[in-house]
Design a protein around this ligand. Structure first.
Ligand code: F6R
Length: 619
């Protein structure tokens, strides 16, 4: 939550610092869009200037056009997801204390104590934010030390909670200082200029060379250098790497929204996640796994921890891994996990699924699991992010940057990675014959083409979405792996269209939810393959009849050739045939398209739904 950008470059006053920071904020706006602000430092005694505005970045840009700031050599910028204090102009970042301007991502948990101390010292506060204490502390520490990096170290040692801080000083036109504790910060390395960002998207238009910072580090950026220390000023090293995607991947590419684009990226995202996973003999190899094979052979339980959409990917993983490996799999919301004394130990494999790798609830659960002696494997889409770094092993998805706040291609890639893990464990533990694994892997490899077929047929879904644009509620039913698909379909619709949507296990219908069915109530039903487990298909067909008899409008997702559904469906959206366990990769897609189209028909911003932020970096 909150996007942070920093730039230091040209020794001369120029428009570039502001341009770079605004461009970075545009790319980070998915992280929060309650307000935006910038601070610039000009050389030759030009000093500090700031601008900030409530609402989306466009408001700040308008403000800067109306009241331009002086040209500068260093800049920081912030896009906010409000925690402490309403999303208004005053609470927007940067916060200024004397010659210092500071921006923050995270929550300062001990801000009340620190604020009382500063008030007692006669400091006057302008905003209601927790962040402002950090700005005043930094100004005070700088006045004592005359060294911005040392002052930042001192402040970082006093703050509790989570934070990334960036600061500039009116008299230091070629320095930006940052600190990170449990919130993301990455350095971009340029020629005679350097960058900072909450993620690499902030500077991808300028450089693909990045430096990963560790926890509890302070970074001092100048045009020609990057110095990293711990919070005590002891020099430390970041890890250099090259970002494996470019600026074009973070653009809409002709689609009306990032979400629409990312839905269409899915064949490639799934295909890329499968690339390079077999050796010459056709065995699965997961190179990133750093957990000893003997440990993986000895595990007796898997616990998946994740939040939101990523947790639904975990539910799909449960069906597949239990079936292929005969290992019990529990799926737990990360924020519930560590507060209920979970029974995990050295023979538990905890699988943390996270697109961003920065979700605080998941990170805290990872730490808790490791403290209990469990091995943790992260399934993650973001290189260099905190969760994989703090895990014992990582399986990267290769979905590319996901910019729309609602997750789509990351979800399918997470499911794909979970399949890979399941097949790999089955191979390692001998639960399946090599030819059975090869056959399933071949089926997986055929999935991108099948997803493309679903996309090619999506006009019918869009039409239904437009017809239903004004309904107050949509229900989703599914069974077996169709159940998490139903949950994900409902979540997408809630997030994007702000209407009531709920997913149920179809078998649960008569235990209560059927009371919701009324004349015209739209209900999506994800029908299992008639070629799958014997009676499931016919039971779900009965469910469709039951709700239809009570007036529901039934929108059915069924596989090609399943004529049995037609008699009871108002709309049928056919998807290609595939093995049952892999079917969520297809059945989810019409539901994503439906939510995107329905929200668009309601005139809503599908990329930046209200109240949400892409990475939930506070608990
Ligand atoms: C929903 C959505 C969220 C995320 C959840 C976890 O569309 O995007 O539910 O799935 O916040 O985020 P990550 O995967 O980054 O840990």
């Amino acid at each position: 939550m909150c996007g942070i950008v920093g730039y230091v470059g040209t020794q001369q006053a120029s428009t570039r610092p502001l341009e770079v920071v605004l461009e970075g904020l545009r790319r980070l706006e998915y992280r929060g869009y309650d307000s935006a602000g910038v601070a610039l430092v000009a050389p030759d005694g030009g000093g500090l200037s700031t601008a900030k505005k409530a609402g989306k970045l466009a408001n700040l840009v308008g403000e800067l056009q109306a009241h331009p700031l002086p040209v500068a050599s260093a800049a920081i910028g912030h896009t906010r997801w409000a925690t402490h204090g309403a999303p208004n102009d005053v609470n927007a970042h940067p916060h200024v204390a004397g010659p210092i301007a500071l921006i923050h991502n995270g929550i300062v948990e001990n801000f009340a104590v620190l604020k009382a101390e500063l008030l007692a010292d006669g400091v006057q506060f302008r905003s209601e934010t927790d962040t402002e204490v950090a700005a005043h502390l930094l100004a005070r520490a700088y006045a004592e030390t005359g060294d911005l990096s040392a002052a930042m170290c001192g402040v970082a040692r006093r703050l509790e909670g989570t934070f990334t801080l960036l600061a500039v000083h009116a008299d230091l036109p070629d320095v930006v200082v940052g600190a990170r504790h449990d919130s993301p910060l990455v350095v971009g390395l340029g020629e005679g200029e350097n960058f900072l960002g909450s993620d690499v998207a902030a500077f991808i238009a300028h450089t693909r060379d990045a430096l990963e910072l560790g926890q509890d580090q302070v970074v001092t950026l100048s045009p020609d250098g990057v110095e990293v220390t711990d919070f005590f000023g002891v020099p430390a090293q970041g890890r250099r790497y090259r970002v494996d995607w470019d600026a074009a991947a973070a653009e809409k590419g002709g689609f009306a929204s990032f979400m629409d684009k990312e839905i269409h990226d899915q064949p490639q995202a799934v295909g890329d996640t499968l690339l390079g996973r077999t050796d010459l003999a056709g065995n699965l190899v997961l190179d990133d796994l750093r957990i000893d094979e003997s440990v993986l052979r000895s595990i007796d339980k898997i616990v998946v921890i994740a939040c939101g959409t990523a947790a639904y990917a975990g539910h799909v993983a449960k069906y597949a891994i239990e079936h292929w490996c005969r290992i019990p799999v529990e799926v737990e919301l990360a924020h519930e996990f560590r507060y209920r004394d979970p029974v995990v130990g050295p023979r538990t494999l905890v699988v943390a699924i996270s697109q961003s790798g920065e979700t605080m609830d998941t990170l805290m659960a990872v730490r808790h699991a490791r403290e209990q002696g469990a091995k943790v494997l992260a399934i993650c889409n973001t290189h260099g992010s905190t969760i994989p770094r703090e895990s014992d092993a990582v399986l990267y998805t290769h979905a590319g940057p996901e910019i729309a706040v609602a997750s789509t291609k990351a979800f399918l890639s997470q499911i794909t990675a979970a399949y890979l893990l399941g097949l790999y464990l089955a191979q390692l533990r001998g639960n399946k014959f090599p030819d059975e694994i090869a056959e399933t892997f071949d089926q997986l490899r055929a999935m991108p083409e099948r997803i493309q077929t679903v996309l090619d047929r999506a006009d019918a879904v869009r039409k239904a979405a437009r017809e239903l644009a004004d309904v107050p509620s949509v229900l989703f039913l599914g069974r077996h792996v169709g159940f998490p698909v139903a949950l994900e379909g409902a979540l997408k619709l809630k997030e994007l269209a702000y209407i009531h949507a709920e997913g149920f296990a179809a078998g649960e219908l008569k235990h209560g939810p059927i009371a919701l069915i009324d004349e015209g109530q739209p209900v999506f039903v994800v029908v299992p393959s008639p070629r799958g487990r014997d009676s499931l298909h016919s039971k779900v067909i009965s469910n469709i009849q039951e709700i239809r008899a009570r007036g529901a409008r039934t929108l059915v997702i069924a596989e090609d050739g399943d004529d049995a559904v037609e008699a009871y469906a108002d709309d049928v959206f056919y998807v290609p045939q595939c093995p049952t366990l892999l079917s969520p990769l297809l059945a989810t897609v019409p539901l994503q398209v439906f939510a995107c189209e329905l929200a668009t028909a309601r005139g809503l911003d599908v990329d930046q739904p209200r109240n949400l932020a892409k990475s939930v970096t506070v608990e």
